[in-house]
Design a protein around this ligand. Structure first.
Ligand code: SF4
Length: 54
C-alpha cells in the first residue's frame, strides 16, 4: 500500500517527520494556487486521487 510519505506532495515537518503537509497545486480558470493540509506520514494513500510516486 502506498503511503503519504511516498508521495511527491508530502513535505515532512522538521520537528516531527511522522507528520507533514500535503501540498497540492490546484488550478481554476483564473489562477493556479497551492493548498496545504496536515497529514500523517503513514496515512494510506490508496484512496487518494492526487497520489504521485516520488
Ligand atoms: S493526501 Fe494524497 S496527495 Fe496528499 S500526501 Fe497523501 S497521497 Fe499525497
Amino acid at each position: 500500500m502506498p503511503k503519504c510519505e511516498e508521495c511527491k506532495n508530502f513535505f515532512p515537518w522538521e520537528d516531527n517527520p511522522r507528520k507533514g503537509d500535503c501540498v497540492e497545486r490546484a488550478v481554476d480558470p483564473r489562477q493556479a494556487y497551492y493548498k496545504a493540509k496536515p497529514v500523517n506520514a503513514d496515512q494510506d494513500s490508496a484512496d487518494c486521487s492526487s497520489f504521485q510516486k516520488k
